[in-house]
Design a protein around this ligand. Structure first.
Ligand code: ADQ
Length: 458
C-alpha cells in the first residue's frame, strides 16, 4: 500500500529549518511518508483553481492564495471573529455577518475542490483547526472516500454557546463527516460528546463511536506537545548578554500572541498587586512580557493592545524608579534561541489564559529550565496544559489576588519543592511531545478505520 499523508492547515509553514512543535512533528511524519502539506501562502500564485507547488523534497508543499476579501471575511471574519471568540467563551466578541459565513463556506468549497484533484485512493487526509471544519463535508460531496481526520487546536465550545453560531445545526453535522475528531483534552472530548448527545441525529454506538446519518466518527483527545529534546538543548546553549550588560533582578516571564484569550490584563494587574502588597522590601522584580500583535484589523485585538499599554503605563508610573522598570512590555516576536534562554533565566513563568486549547509556552518554559535550579510555572487552570501538568502552580486567572500570591510563592519557593514540581512537569512534557501527538493521532485514524471498514463488510 502506498499511503501518503496530506496535511491541510490555514497557513503553509515556510523556511528550510522548521521551528515550533507542530511544524517539526508534522514535517517529520510528512518527510517519512512522502506526503504533502496544503496551506495558504501570501505569495502563492493567484490561480484560483489550482495549487502552486513549492518544492518537492522531502515532501511537497501546495500553496493557495487567499484574496483580500477572503482574508477579511473568511480569516479575520468567520474564523477569528466568530469561531475563535465562541470557542474561547467570549460570545460578547462574536461578530455575525452573512458575508463572513458565506466566505467561510466558499473557501472550504474551493479548497476541497482543489484537494479532490490531488488525492489518490490510498492517501489519508489530516485537517488542522477551526478554519476548515466543513472541509470533510465538502470533500465527501465530491466523492472523496479517503480517511479524513480533524484536529481542533483550540477549546471545544460549551454547548450553551453553540447556538450563537450562525447555522449552528451544521456544526455537529460538519464534524461528523470526519472519521476521527481529535481534541486537546479529556474535557474537550466531554464537551464534544455532550453536543452529540444533545443532537437527535446522532446515535452512540457500543464501541464509543458516533453514528450520524451515514457517517461514523470517533472522538478522542490527543494533547499536543513540543519537540522537548530540541527545546531542552536550545535552552542549554550559552547566549552572550541578553540584557546588554546589566544583570537582571529575579524576573517573571510571559510569552504570548497578543490575544484576549491569554489573560494578559489580569496578569499585569496581579503583578501590580504583588508589587504593592507582597513584594519584600528593597527588591525590584520585573515582569518581562513578550507579546507580538496578531490579527490586525480585528477591533478586539486593537482594544486589548490599548488596554495593556494603559496598564503598563499605570503600573510602571506607580512603581518605577530611575533604574527600575517593573513591567517590560515588548510587542515583537523573539527568536527561539533567545526565548529559550530567557525562559531558563526567569524565576517564574506566567501562563494565565482565560481559555486555551493547550498552551505550548507552558511546556516550553518547563523544558527550558535548569534541573539544578529550576524556575516555577504559574499555570491557569483553564489552559489545556493544566489537565496533565498538575504540579505546576495552578491558578484561577480571574482571581487577581490569588495570582499575586502565586507569583509571591513562585519567587520564594525553596529549591527542593521547585525541583519536585519541575520533575513532574518535565515528565509530562516529554511524554506528551509533538512526535507522540502526531503518531497517536495517525495510529487511531488508521486503526479506527480498519475496524470500521470491517464493520461495513459484514
Ligand atoms: P497559540 O494560541 O498560538 O496556539 P501557544 O500554544 O502558546 O498558543 O503557541 C504559541 C507558540 O508561539 C509557542 O511555540 C511560542 O513559543 C511561540 N510564540 C509566542 N509568542 C512568541 C514571541 N513573542 N516570540 C516568539 N515566539 C512566540 C494554538 C492554541 C493553543 C495550542 C496551539 C497548538 O491557541 O492552545 O496549544 O495552537 O495546538
Amino acid at each position: 500500500m502506498n499511503e501518503r499523508l496530506i496535511v491541510v492547515s490555514n497557513r503553509l509553514p515556510m523556511g528550510d529549518t522548521p521551528s515550533g512543535g507542530l511544524v517539526v512533528s508534522l514535517h517529520d511524519v510528512l518527510a517519512a511518508s512522502g506526503g504533502c502539506w496544503i496551506g495558504s501562502h501570501p505569495e502563492a500564485g493567484d490561480d484560483h483553481g489550482a495549487f502552486e507547488r513549492i518544492g518537492e523534497e522531502p515532501y511537497q508543499r501546495l500553496a493557495f492564495r487567499l484574496t483580500q476579501s477572503e482574508m477579511e471575511n473568511y480569516y479575520l471574519g468567520y474564523a477569528n471573529s466568530v469561531l475563535w471568540p465562541l470557542c474561547h467563551r467570549r460570545p460578547d466578541l462574536v461578530k455575525i455577518r452573512p458575508a463572513y459565513r458565506e466566505a467561510y463556506e466558499a473557501v472550504n468549497r474551493r479548497i476541497a475542490a482543489m484537494i479532490a484533484h490531488e488525492v489518490s485512493p490510498e492517501d489519508i487526509i489530516w485537517v488542522q483547526d477551526y478554519h476548515f471544519i466543513p472541509l470533510a463535508r465538502e470533500l465527501r460531496k465530491l466523492r472523496v472516500t479517503n480517511r479524513i481526520g480533524f484536529f481542533l487546536h483550540i477549546p471545544f465550545p460549551v454547548l450553551a454557546d453553540l447556538s450563537i453560531m450562525p447555522q449552528a445545526e451544521t456544526f455537529a453535522e460538519c464534524l461528523a463527516h470526519y472519521n476521527l475528531i481529535g481534541l486537546q483534552t479529556r474535557e474537550d472530548v466531554a464537551r464534544c460528546l455532550e453536543m452529540f448527545r444533545d443532537d437527535p441525529r446522532a446515535e452512540f454506538m457500543t464501541d464509543g463511536s458516533i453514528k450520524f446519518g451515514e457517517h461514523v466518527s470517533l472522538v478522542h483527545s490527543f494533547p499536543i506537545g513540543i519537540d522537548a529534546k530540541a527545546f531542552e538543548d536550545e535552552a542549554r546553549r550559552e547566549l552572550p548578554d541578553v540584557f546588554g550588560g546589566a544583570s537582571p533582578a529575579p524576573f517573571a516571564i510571559g510569552v504570548d500572541r497578543l490575544d484576549y484569550s491569554k489573560g494578559l490584563p489580569n496578569r499585569f494587574r496581579a503583578f501590580g498587586t504583588y508589587l504593592a502588597d507582597l513584594r519584600p522590601e528593597h527588591t525590584r522584580p520585573c515582569l518581562i512580557q513578550i507579546a507580538p500583535p496578531t490579527r490586525l484589523g480585528v477591533q478586539a485585538y486593537e482594544d486589548i493592545t490599548e488596554e495593556l499599554q494603559g496598564l503598563t503605563g499605570k503600573i510602571n508610573g506607580q512603581f518605577a524608579e530611575l533604574d527600575w522598570t517593573p513591567i517590560r512590555f515588548i510587542n515583537r516576536s523573539v527568536e527561539r534561541a533567545r526565548l529559550a534562554h530567557l525562559f531558563r533565566m526567569a524565576r517564574c513563568g506566567l501562563v494565565t489564559s482565560l481559555a486555551d486549547g493547550m498552551n505550548l509556552v507552558a511546556k516550553e518554559y518547563i523544558a527550558a529550565q535548569d534541573p539544578a535550579d529550576p524556575g516555577v510555572l504559574v499555570l491557569s487552570q483553564f489552559a489545556g496544559a493544566a489537565e496533565d501538568m498538575t504540579e505546576a502552580l495552578l491558578v484561577n486567572p480571574y482571581d487577581i489576588e490569588a495570582m499575586a500570591h502565586r507569583i509571591d510563592e513562585a519567587f520564594r519557593m525553596p529549591l527542593g519543592e521547585r525541583q519536585r514540581r519541575y520533575r513532574h512537569c518535565l515528565e509530562v512534557v516529554r511524554k506528551t511531545d509533538a512526535t507522540s501527538w502526531a503518531h497517536n493521532f495517525l495510529n487511531v485514524l488508521r486503526s479506527s478505520l480498519k475496524a470500521l471498514d470491517l464493520a461495513f463488510q459484514e
